[in-house]
Design a protein around this ligand. Structure first.
Ligand code: SAH
Length: 469
């Protein structure tokens, strides 16, 4: 069976829906979206359909199907839960050459309703010709993830300016390049930033000066803790569109493998012998250099770029150099490690607050407020703590945190090799040394960490309290 795809204009056209249940309701709403004149025939209606009838937004024909319902109708949707009733509708409509869809019944249907991805005015319709609706749904999900929700606005803007674009770029090649610029450049970026007026201004400005130089930009993207499933759709899109990717050491290979094949990948972890300051200066220079060369740069960081990620410094540098940027948040290690270790960071009984703390504190430059940190009924999430466990534990205990406070140390959180070590605070340095916990690892201290033994569901769990000292 080969189907012919069409997009039907149903505006003010009479469409009959037979059936008054949940499915009929869904179909009715979709038809109303398309401004169809919907007539619903059924012995009874759902409350929502009843309401629509009361508001005069649909016409209600009470009772069982009657062929007279087909008068003046362009299309029919049969959504009763009796196959015989659906078949009768299909047959009567077919005799009058009216296209009919029987929901989930391709055999009785003369047209089918595709799955859609809606970025109006752009609509993508997907069909498996009725043979594999589950597959069609999968395809839809994939396509859904590819395009930002502002694509529709961009298409509408392009439509508004179509004549002027044609006039200012009469040559077909030049016009294509202009549309590429429109889809990839600052206009699309400004729409994603919810600045439609500026987007339109950028477009009209480009029309007046047809030779637009390529303008590069930077997207600061949080890559999450490692599991590629924890990327946001926006992060995935940015990776798909990147010309250059500057990535940190913490970004997992699985995440990198999702990036556009021909993007340049530049690892910007610390070079051997290089200090942090030099690394950061080198990154700043690279970002500006690539953006000014007209590239779409993705700056990819582990977790979230604004949590111990120096994202703020990089953006300040970009702003000072007039480089356009966007920020895509990522799932930070504390959230991911807690989730993958079965530790709720807050809890009605055990913790009313969470603190994200960098443990990268040398003994001589320790500015943390230890008395506050040592208070109970709060959760502490320490980043970069593996080398400092001895010091951390000593300080917390000295300031009054109980020796039996639970901790969980999550190594390689969300990755296949994840290990969770749990126990009580006084035993933390010893247990961590015994089990050779290595960076990257995140330390959670607080009553909630005790739940890890009960709620663990991912990777390997080592219950330190079960092992005699
Ligand atoms: N911007 C990052 C944090 C960078 S600091 C974020 O938002 O997650 C680096 C520290 O993050 C590591 O020392 C470790 O404490 C923590 N970390 C990052 N990824 C981790 C992971 N997959 N598992 C455990 N800890 C992780």
């Amino acid at each position: 069976m080969k189907l012919f795809p069409i997009f039907a204009d149903l505006k003010n056209r009479r469409v009959l829906v037979v059936g008054g249940g949940a499915v009929a309701e869904r179909k009715t709403l979709a038809l109303l979206e398309a401004s169809a004149h919907v007539v619903v025939g059924a012995p009874e209606l759902t409350p929502a359909l009843t309401e629509l009838a009361a508001q005069g937004r649909i016409v209600y024909l009470a009772g069982r199907f009657d062929a007279a319902w087909l008068d003046d109708v362009w299309l029919v949707v049969a959504a009763t839960d009796e196959r015989a009733a659906n078949a009768a509708v299909s047959e009567a409509a077919g005799a009058r050459r009216i296209f009919t869809n029987v929901v989930d019944d391709p055999e009785l249907s003369s047209f089918q309703v595709p799955s859609i991805v809606d970025r109006s005015p752009v609509i993508v319709a997907i069909s498996s010709s009725g043979v594999a609706p589950v597959l069609a749904r999968r395809v839809r999900e994939r396509i859904e993830s590819l395009f930002d929700h502002t694509l529709g606005q961009l298409a509408a803007l392009a439509a508004t300016y179509r004549k002027r674009i044609r006039a200012s770029h009469p040559d077909l090649g030049a016009r294509r390049r202009f549309y590429d610029w429109l889809l990839d450049g600052p206009v699309a970026g400004l729409l994603r930033q919810q600045q439609p007026a500026q987007a339109e201004a950028a477009l009209t400005q480009a029309l007046d000066a047809p030779l637009t130089p390529a303008e590069g930009s930077v997207v600061l993207v949080g890559a999450g803790p490692g599991d590629p499933g924890l990327l946001t759709l926006k992060a995935l899109r940015a990776l798909n569109e990147a010309d250059v990717i500057l990535y940190d050491r913490l970004v997992s290979d699985e995440v990198m493998s999702l990036a556009r094949r021909d993007a340049d990948r530049v690892g910007v972890g610390k070079l051997p012998g290089e200090n942090h300051h030099a690394t950061q200066a080198r990154i700043h220079a690279l970002l500006v250099e690539h953006a000014q060369a007209g590239k779409r740069v993705v700056r990819l960081k582990g977790g979230d770029a604004f949590i111990f990620g120096r994202g703020g410094e990089e953006l300040e540098y970009l702003r000072a150099h007039g480089v356009r940027f966007e920020v895509v948040p990522g799932i930070t290690a504390a959230l991911a490690c807690a989730a993958y270790a079965g530790i709720p960071l807050t809890h009605r009984e055990h913790a009313q607050s969470v603190r994200l703390i960098t443990a990268h504190c040398r003994e001589d430059e320790d500015n943390l407020d230890w008395p506050a940190l040592a208070r109970e009924k709060q959760t502490l999430a320490f980043y970069m703590g593996v080398g400092q466990l001895e010091l951390l534990t000593r300080r917390l205990l000295a300031h009054g945190r109980a020796a039996e406070t639970p901790f969980a140390l999550i190594e390689n959180g969300s990755r296949p090799e994840q290990r969770v070590l749990s126990g009580t605070l006084d035993a933390l340095p010893r247990l961590a040394a015994e089990h050779e916990i290595r960076s990257p690892a995140l330390l959670i201290v607080g009553e909630v960490a005790g739940l890890a033994s009960r709620l663990q569901w991912f990777g390997q769990h080592i219950d330190g309290s079960a092992i005699p000292a």
